[in-house]
Design a protein around this ligand. Structure first.
Ligand code: CA
Length: 367
């Protein structure tokens, strides 16, 4: 009896041990599975997180399109850094928002008499070496010469220069290497039709440079953008750009080159442009309407664009130039990211946009 009892005890102990092992395995397996689920969910959340596009760099803090503004944007956690591009007299793509030099530099003092009949100084009339002699300052109104954003960087600082596209791509590549990050670029072809009328081909010059730096396909961290639909078509169909492409859309109706933004914002227009591009860059005013917070209403543009398979990257988030119906930059973030679900945002304040997204998508995780 006693030996049977002992056997029973042994069998019971063994089966308990087996059960314990089985429990342990099951427990471990379920924990592992659960961890996998969390990891995948985390990865999906990160993959779905909208991108921060530093508009002309960290232009809320340092004069736009200077290498200092770009390095600052990089350090502030931007996913993409924007380059507006025009051509110099010696056919070098340079990073400048306008075809004119006079609203962001001291060109009138440095090169008196070099303006055209309309009184404006054109980048296309200056070589890169000449442009390097100019000081880049905060943007001023072309007529009044007053600062467009008075609370931003003060006038009188004279060591900032206009960079070439090459210089900026070298800077971003260098920072990517030294930090181990892969911050992307977001170049814009400015006034391509005007450049063609002047006898030069801006798009070809830009594409040559992008290709040289290895930006070629939709896998590469680059979005190319343009306001002019004819040129968007040309970039894709004639010049063979195979990377990601964005049709920019001004808030109003027709552009000077004939692009009909009112049509492009319609479902038919979005379906048509979706054959050429991967995303749209609309003015925020075509998403958020209303004279004050009580009257605020949202359009269906983002829903319609998503239905057409397009990403949406509106412009521009500025704490010192908010839409009338929004009272803070974070309220704007909340509306755009949480209520309408945009896929990225052009921002003059990349640190604040990155911070908002970090808190929304990875709360509790230190940066
Ligand atoms: Ca731009």
């Amino acid at each position: 009896m006693s030996s049977r009892k002992d056997n029973d005890v042994c069998i019971t102990a063994l089966s308990q041990l087996r059960l314990g092992v089985a429990d342990l395995i099951l427990h471990s397996a379920s924990r592992w599975l659960l961890m996998c689920v969390f990891w995948v969910a985390g990865q999906l959340a990160i993959a779905d997180q909208p991108v921060v596009i530093a508009h002309r760099g960290a232009s809320g803090y340092v004069p736009e399109h200077t290498l200092v503004a770009k390095a600052m944007a990089f350090a502030m956690g931007a996913d993409y850094i924007e380059q507006d591009l025009v051509l110099s007299k010696d056919a070098v793509p340079v990073v400048l928002h306008d075809i004119h030099l006079d609203t962001v530099t001291d060109v009138a003092e440095r090169f008196p008499g070099r303006q055209r009949a309309d009184g404006r100084f054109y980048a296309l009339d200056f070589t890169l070496a000449e442009m390097k002699q100019l000081s880049v300052t905060e943007r001023v109104n072309a007529k009044t010469r007053e600062a467009v954003f008075p609370a931003r960087f003060p006038a009188g600082y004279t060591t900032l220069q206009i960079p070439s596209l090459k210089e900026e791509l070298d800077l971003i590549a260098g920072l990517n290497k030294s930090t181990g990050r892969s911050v992307g670029i977001y170049p814009e072809i400015k006034s391509p039709q005007w450049h063609l009328q002047q006898g030069v081909d801006l798009s070809r010059a830009v594409l040559d440079e992008l290709h040289r730096y290895g930006y070629r396909t939709k896998e590469d961290p680059c979005w190319l953008q343009c306001f002019e639909m004819q040129e968007v078509k040309r970039l894709r169909m004639e010049l063979g750009w195979q990377g990601r492409l964005v049709q920019l859309m001004a808030g109003g109706g027709k552009n000077g080159d004939g692009t009909d933004y009112a049509y492009l914002r319609s479902r038919d227009g979005l379906a048509e442009i979706a054959k050429l591009v991967d995303g749209i860059g609309p003015d925020i005013s075509s998403i958020i309407k209303g004279k004050n917070s009580q009257q605020r209403h949202l359009t269906t543009l983002v829903v319609d664009a998503h239905a057409a398979g397009l990403e949406v990257h509106p412009y521009t988030a500025r704490s010192d130039a908010l839409p009338n119906s929004v009272s803070s930059l974070d309220e704007l973030h909340e509306v755009l990211f949480s209520q309408v679900g945009v896929d990225g945002l052009f921002t003059d304040f990349p640190d604040q946009t990155a911070q908002f997204l970090h808190e929304k998508y990875q709360p509790g995780v230190s940066k």
